[in-house]
Ligand binder design. Structure first.
Ligand code: NAP
Length: 287
């Protein structure tokens, strides 16, 4: 690619950052669409966040993604934060609109787009969401208006309850937060249509772990594991073995990036190509 004096710069900031797939997929998108833009990753330590954002502003960086551990703390350095990101309490995408930094959160909408692409119906359905951390929260705010009933199960019960009560105004039907136990899982999954694992259980290097016993799964349900490393988690393998519709986390990862790309450029990126690149990179990484 040709770098010139009017090449636009986009970036991702986090700590650590070296395992991020965002530069890979965003640069594919810029290249395919023939945009004179480049996307880089910067490791920013927490104590340097304020000056990093000031740097983005003064250098005129066109937009950037924000990842762990800055998704919450970055909000105080922005000029404006979109309503959904305020509700979620975290920002993963910043748009620089003529010097005004505006924060968005595309994680939950990315998950929703991935579910739609897989043809998973949410309207009127019962969804069991495992986890109440950052990803679960973003996901819950995006799917809540679409589902019939949402049950949030989390190891730390208070976080499940807090998330459920913060969602109440967004749901026409039931939302409940409970402690994640074998009994609550068994009971709630018995008539669930969709199970979403938004905990870090099953993530590399502890890829042989799962919270869900295989006998709790039943045909007709969808299992969505947002963990994307490894591509096939133990939960997904067991779901497939039980003939249960299973989907992994790569599509969500790519769609949150694709939505950020759209916010920056107003253009639709090549999602399939981005997915393929991320999957290939993951296969190479895990051998
Ligand atoms: P987080 O904020 O640290 O939350 C972690 C969640 O996992 C909490 O609900 C935590 O429960 C639960 N958990 C951790 N260990 C557990 C265990 N042994 N048993 C039961 N629950 C456990 O992390 P996050 O940012 O939400 O990320 C969660 C996962 O989602 C990670 O694997 C991440 O890679 C993945 N993710 C995927 C995407 C994507 O685009 N596909 C996007 C974001 C994140 P407590 O509250 O009790 O600690």
């Amino acid at each position: 690619m040709d770098i010139s004096s009017d090449t636009k710069l986009y970036a991702v900031i986090g700590d650590p950052i070296e395992h991020s797939f965002s530069p890979l997929m965003q640069n594919i998108a810029f290249q395919r669409l023939g945009l004179n833009s480049v996307y880089l990753a910067f490791r920013v330590r927490s104590q340097d966040l304020e000056s990093a954002i000031a740097g983005m502003r003064s250098l005129g960086v066109s937009g950037f993604n924000v990842t762990v551990p800055h998704k919450v703390s970055v909000m105080r350095y922005l000029d404006r934060v979109d309503r959904l990101a305020v509700d979620i309490g975290a920002v993963n995408t910043v748009v620089n609109e003529g010097g005004t930094l505006i924060g968005y959160n595309t994680d939950g909408e990315g998950a929703l787009a991935a579910l739609r692409e897989e043809g998973v119906e949410l309207k009127g359905r019962k969804v069991v969401l495992l986890g109440a951390g950052g990803a679960a929260k973003a996901l819950a705010f995006s799917i809540a208006p679409a589902v019939g009933k949402l049950i949030i199960l989390n190891r730390t019960e208070s976080k499940a309850r807090d998330l459920a009560s913060s969602l109440k105004g967004r749901l026409s039907s039931a939302v409940e937060g409970r402690k994640l136990t074998e009994t609550s899982l068994r009971n709630e999954l018995a008539d669930a249509d969709v199970l979403i694992n938004a905990t870090s259980v099953g993530m590399y290097p502890k890829a042989d772990e799962t919270l869900v016993k295989r006998e709790f799964l039943h045909r007709g349900m969808t299992v969505f594991d947002i963990v994307y490393n490894p591509l096939m988690t133990r939960l997904l393998k067991e779901a497939e073995a039980a003939s249960v519709h299973a989907m992994g986390g790569v599509k969500m990862l790519v769609y949150q990036g694709a939505l950020a790309f759209e916010l920056w450029t107003g253009r639709k990126p090549p999602v399939d190509e981005m997915c393929e690149a991320v999957e290939n990179a993951l296969r190479r990484r895990t051998g």
